[in-house]
Design a protein around this ligand. Sequence first.
Ligand SMILES: NC(=O)c1ccc[n+]([C@@H]2O[C@H](COP(=O)([O-])OP(=O)(O)OC[C@H]3O[C@@H](n4cnc5c(N)ncnc54)[C@H](O)[C@@H]3O)[C@@H](O)[C@H]2O)c1
Length: 319
Amino acid sequence: MSEAKGEKILVTGALGQIGTELVDSLRDKHGTSSVIASDIRSINEQNSTSKGPYVTLDVLDTDSIIKLCTDEDIGTVYHLAALLSATGEKNPELCRKVNVGGTISVFEAAKKCSLRVFSPSSIAVFGPDAPKHAPQVTDLNPTTVYGETKVSGESLAKEYGDNYGIDVRGIRYPGLISYKAPAGGGTTDYAVEIFSAAINHGYYECFVRPDTRLPMLYMDDAIKATLMLMDAQSDALGPSRAGYNIDCHSFTAKELADAISQEVDGFKCDFVPDVRQKYADSWPDSIDGSVAKKEWDWSPNYGLEAMVKAMLDGLSEEH
Ligand SMILES: NC(=O)c1ccc[n+]([C@@H]2O[C@H](COP(=O)([O-])OP(=O)(O)OC[C@H]3O[C@@H](n4cnc5c(N)ncnc54)[C@H](O)[C@@H]3O)[C@@H](O)[C@H]2O)c1
């Protein structure tokens, strides 16, 4: 694997659910001026990302990425720009264009500018034929366009690694639960929306069945995993480096609602499944993260109860 030349970091899709928190953590670690946030959207001053360097950047514009990386001496890109599952299934062409085309743009820039890349994958790579406790290695036959784009992302990462020595790393994130930025149009958004609905209205109408069980992770753990993977020695990472399953927590929508009811008096949740039920049903209930555990020692800090408390405390403080 080639060494990155530049010192600075570029984050694409930085105004999204993950980027909003990852940029803050990267700035705490590397210094504010070393981390350039970017997104196709323009920024407003309320966003914490506005406290440091920000550029408007479309990830489909390869030339602009290359120019920015050259001018700013970028060495590492955290490539978060994408369309998520629910939004992607509504607009499959745009989903393919942004998720696959954007990833190729970033990898081409990596080739030209000797960049290291973090390019996240998703549990959406698994299809209904995968074991319900999904192993690291199994056939990947997703039934969503979003899932297909994530399988392509992992294949492209392998290809650019094998053919051009680009160091691309990725995690198959499960549903991520956080309160600092809204969820970005994914199937696991119910596990985010339910918290503010509980605090503000004491009621939530959940769009999946109560028995829907999916792997989930609190955002603090997702950020920690991302930074740990990028800090790992390259030679410790095996063939799963572009899409690690990581240990997380699996619970049903009803178990989540019940855990919130323990903390929020009178909270009531109804379950009215919509089209997103189909996407959820095609994904695993839980995932086996033993390869990530072995290669870079990953384990999460937050279980269901701790995550529910952290979410409710965080949201109450924000109010
Ligand atoms: N949040 C989750 O639960 C989750 C789970 C699994 C995988 N992931 C993956 O993590 C990554 C980040 O997810 P997120 O939750 O922060 O998503 P998000 O939707 O919240 O943010 C994505 C950002 O990308 C930006 N964007 C869209 N098109 C763009 C373009 N052409 N150029 C530049 N920016 C563009 C959007 O404006 C948005 O701010 C994605 O690859 C996603 O597939 C997320």
